[in-house]
Design a protein around this ligand. Structure first.
Ligand code: SAH
Ligand code: SF4
Ligand code: F3S
Length: 496
């Protein structure tokens, strides 16, 4: 569905009738109402009205921001880079670790100062943090200048909530957060950040309940989108110039499994398709060049998936396989359902079947009860697995998760000392691995223009970046680059 299709929907919407009950028609009704209100507003201000959406979290959070931007653009707002010039600021928050959370409070305080100078400015807070009661309480008590607060389950209602917010009599925050929803609303607009690559949701929520993780509490139970909705969204994107898609889910391996378990999900799914089959279906779309996906869980990464990655030329040879810990005992306490040996066997199987595959990972240091021995197991796996890169995190206690009350919370100085050792080892191993590619030629998708240096940045099939000289017109194109010099996590190269 493209912009014209959405405009047609707006034209068909009759504002003299009450708001439709059905979605997404209901949201188009409110978008049209808001367009009327804002058209009057900018006639008064004699300038465009601008929005700024800030993303704090993962790719799924970023995708949600694109949906918010899509709705704001349809209402008539223009994007702006900075809060300072914005008439409407939205912070799309993340709460996976404490520091993500604290950063938001700091920035909201700053918005309060901006709002003193520009009282018409609208401020909305949404995303995972807003699903936590204590957060909403704090906003009401200490940040009363915020206009609108909503959560992850009702993001699709953004237009309706904004309309309600405009009509409110007092200046108190309008809070609309719901605990759960089994609804997936399709066919709402989205404003892609890049024209040539895009994220696509395949499932929402998570059922895994790793004991350290807050995601299942703030994103709810797993829900899969219908395969035909996914395929038609990707096909539409490709028609509009997208060459690479990233299929997004908290655990992509369990895509489609909810179909068997509950009726609401069964109705959404008219075909039983698992993740490898979905990958295959998406890859059949003509014109699509590359497919990535995030994140598979090691506990149920099937042979069928490995075969699909190995045999399908459109699927990138990169697997992000979160390890979390190398210690079997810690993995058990984390509720990860695999052992150190299971993980290493899986790595071996993937490498054997997919020559040249790049493996990346996530690791948590300092989970409660982690001993020096446990940590040595993590270092051991890092050495044996040969990760191309790794995201490393210090364990962060999340209220409401089981691990928050586990005994043996590791002191901060111990955690940070281990963290430094892990980082040094990862640098070492990934450096050695990266250097091996020197001299080879790689096909890259040109993703950025670095105007100051006059260079371009391209992403290789295995997710590594290379900087090279080239014409700005190559942005969004697939080109061949010779890898000249390895700089650790990126290469310097030459266009050939
Ligand atoms: N669903 C994905 C990742 C979701 S969160 C997966 O299972 O891999 C991204 C990463 O944040 C996790 O892989 C984990 O390494 C890290 N993380 C999650 N909760 C954390 C916590 N409480 N403390 C530190 N890191 C955490
Ligand atoms: Fe969190 Fe585990 Fe679900 Fe990933 S799989 S989102 S780490 S609970
Ligand atoms: Fe953060 Fe929510 Fe993603 S907690 S990591 S934004 S799912």
């Amino acid at each position: 569905m493209n912009k014209d299709y959405f405009e047609q929907l707006l034209i068909k919407t009759d504002l003299s009738l009450p708001a439709p009950e059905r979605e997404p028609e209901r949201q188009y009704y409110f978008i049209k109402k808001l367009r009327g209100i804002y058209t009057e507003l900018y006639a008064k201000k004699k300038r465009d009205l601008c929005y700024h959406v800030e993303t704090y979290g993962c790719q799924m959070n970023a995708k949600d921001s694109e949906k918010l931007a899509g709705i704001l653009s349809m209402i008539g707002f223009k994007p702006t880079d900075s809060e300072k010039n914005a008439d409407f600021v939205i912070y799309n928050t993340c709460t996976v670790r404490e520091n993500a959370n604290l950063k938001v409070y700091g920035r909201v305080g700053y918005l309060g100062n901006l709002k003193k100078k520009n009282p018409d400015m609208m401020i909305a807070l949404c995303g995972c943090m807003m699903q936590e009661e204590h957060v909403v309480k704090k906003i009401k008590e200490s940040y009363g200048f915020v206009d609108l607060v909503f959560g992850t389950h009702n993001l699709y209602m953004f237009a309706e909530l904004l309309y309600e917010c405009m009509l409110r009599k007092d200046r108190k925050p309008l809070v609309r957060v719901i605990d759960s929803s089994d609804k997936i609303v399709e066919a709402l607009p989205s404003e892609q950040k890049y024209g040539f690559k895009a994220g696509v949701n395949i499932s929402f929520g998570c059922n895994n309940f790793c004991t350290y993780c807050i995601v299942p509490y703030v994103r709810g139970r797993e829900k899969s989108r219908k395969p035909d909705e996914i395929v038609s969204e990707v096909a539409e994107m490709v028609d509009n110039g997208v060459k690479e898609v990233m299929l997004l889910g908290q655990n992509v391996n369990s895509y489609g499994k909810d179909f068997l378990k509950n009726k609401a999900a069964a109705e959404r799914m008219n075909q039983a398709v698992d993740f490898p089959e979905l990958l295959h279906m998406v890859s059949m779309i003509p014109g699509l060049m590359r497919i990535r996906f995030m994140t598979p869980h090691p506990k149920d990464l099937s042979d069928k998936l490995i075969e699909e990655i190995a045999n399908n030329p459109k699927v990138c040879k990169h697997v992000h396989l979160p390890l979390q810990s190398g210690s079997t005992e810690i993995l058990r306490k984390m509720n990860r359902h695999y052992t150190k040996e299971d993980y290493l066997n899986l790595v071996k199987k993937i490498k054997d079947r997919i020559p040249g595959v790049a493996l990346t990972t996530d690791i948590i240091v300092g989970f409660p009860g982690e001993t020096e021995e446990d940590f040595a197991d993590t270092l051991d796996v890092v050495e044996k697995a040969g990760f191309a890169s790794a995201y490393t995190f210090q364990y962060s206690k999340r209220a409401g998760t089981p691990a928050a009350s586990y005994p043996g919370q590791v002191p901060e100085d111990v955690v940070s000392e281990r963290f430094d050792r892990l980082l040094a080892l990862i640098h070492d191993t990934s450096d050695k691995l990266a250097k091996k590619a020197a001299g080879s030629v790689s096909e890259v998708l040109v993703e950025e223009i670095n105007a100051e240096k006059g260079t371009l940045t391209g992403r290789m099939n295995n997710n590594m970046l290379v900087h090279f000289e080239g014409d700005e017109k190559l942005l969004g194109e697939l080109v061949n680059v010779k890898l000249i010099e390895c700089k650790g996590f990126y290469y310097l190269g030459e266009l050939i």
